[in-house]
Each structure stands twice: as C-alpha cells, then as structure tokens.
Design a binder for this molecule. Structure first.
Ligand code: DGP
Length: 212
C-alpha cells in the first residue's frame, strides 16, 4: 500500500505574531507523537534567489517592486519539488509564511492590485490548512520595537494586516484564525488541535493547487 501523504500546514500573520516560535513547537510536538514533520520557511534565504531577497530585506540592495515580488514567488517555486517529495513520503510540512505573505506584503505597496500579486503563485501546492495568527497592532507594539529590516514599520504592518484580512475571506483556502494574544502554550494547544485534525483528513485527499 502506498504511504499516506503528509499535510501542508502554513502559519501566517504579521510580524511579531509568534509564527516562528509556534512552527517550531508544532514540529516538535508532531515528531514527539511519532508523526514525521519538518519545518520550512519562506523566504528561504539560503538559495541564490533567497540571497538576493535577503540582501533586499536587510536594505543592502534595492530592487524594483515588481521584480522583488517575482523573486519571492520564484523562491517558493524553487522549493516545490522538494515539498512535493516530502509530502508524498508522508512528512507533514509546517511552513512559516507562504504565498499569502507574498500577496499581502506587495499589495500593501502603492500601485499593486491583489489580482496581479496572486498570479505568480497560482498553482503552488495548496495548503491543507492556513492558520492566521491574529494580533492587533497595539498588542504587537507591546512585544517590543520592530527590527531594522525593510517592512518593519507600524504603518506598513497595518496595511499588510488589512490585506491578510481580505485574503482570509477566500473560501477556496482552509483558513483558521488563531488568537495570538493568548499565552505561548495556549496558542500552541490550539494550533496542535487544528493540525492533528488536518493531518488525519489530508491522508485521504489529493494535494490541491493554490488559487486554481
Ligand atoms: P521573515 O524571515 O519571516 O521575518 O520574513 C522576512 C520579511 O519578508 C517579513 O517582513 C515579511 C516579508 N515577506 C515574506 N514573504 C514575502 C513575500 O513573498 N513578498 C514580500 N514582498 N514580502 C515578504
């Protein structure tokens, strides 16, 4: 009998919502319970494309806005063969940001519409579950100052949050809003419950294509 596929689980949210902490905790919990799981993150800064993106985010280089949008998308596409292989082998992938960040961050810039921003990511492996860690800008501010990277300003993050809220209305994507203002352990419990349900359901479903 062919092995059951892993689930594609994505965590999204504005900066400081706790995505990376929660991805790590989820992978650890799944592994502890005997389920193969690995973490991935986008942008994946180690590839050639990822290094261009990283220099841009660190303000070490400037790139034209359409160009950088396409590079972020290309960075996701270049990892697709690996993602598919892992999923087919039965490994659940827990992904820190995905195409939704791509659309939310670029469409928050002047002159970009959601539709154009979505196009390059159409057909990517479709997540079985996207959890959006919800945190108000006021609560995010209580978690300390933003860092030094591009995009890390209150005004821009508010615009990004609005774009995410719009994307979450799309019924073709399995969104779950998670209250990220709870304690780390409470958020973790919530995320784990949703993930286990998704992993069980995904075993019997084919992997879909995003926004198709
Ligand atoms: P992180 O490594 O998760 O801190 O993400 C780096 C920054 O890049 C963060 O401010 C969010 C932004 N970002 C992530 N994915 C994309 C994308 O696809 N497009 C754009 N424009 N920005 C993105």
């Amino acid at each position: 009998m062919a092995c059951k596929r892993g689930a594609l689980i994505v965590l999204e949210g504005v900066d400081k919502a706790g995505k990376t902490t929660q991805c790590k905790k989820l992978v650890h919990a799944l592994q502890q319970s005997g389920r193969p799981a690995e973490m991935m993150r986008f942008p994946e800064r180690t590839t050639t494309i990822g290094q261009l993106i990283s220099a841009y985010l660190e303000n070490k280089s400037d790139l034209e806005d359409h160009t950088v949008h396409l590079l972020f998308s290309a960075n996701r596409w270049e990892l697709v063969p690996l993602m598919k292989k892992k999923l087919e082998q039965g490994t659940t992938l827990v992904v820190d940001r995905y195409a939704f960040s791509g659309v939310a961050f670029t469409s928050a810039k002047p002159g970009f519409c959601l539709d154009w921003c979505m196009k390059p990511d159409v057909g990517l492996p479709k997540p079985d579950l996207v959890m959006f860690l919800q945190l108000s800008p006021a609560e995010a501010a209580l978690r300390g100052q933003f860092g030094e990277e591009r995009y890390e300003t209150n005004v821009f993050q508010r615009a990004v949050q609005q774009k995410f809220e719009h994307l979450m209305k799309d019924p073709s994507v399995n969104w779950r809003a998670i209250d990220a203002s709870q304690s780390v352990e409470d958020v973790h419990e919530n995320i784990t419950t949703h993930s286990l349900n998704t992993i069980n359901a995904a075993e019997n479903l084919p992997l879909g294509e995003l926004w198709k």
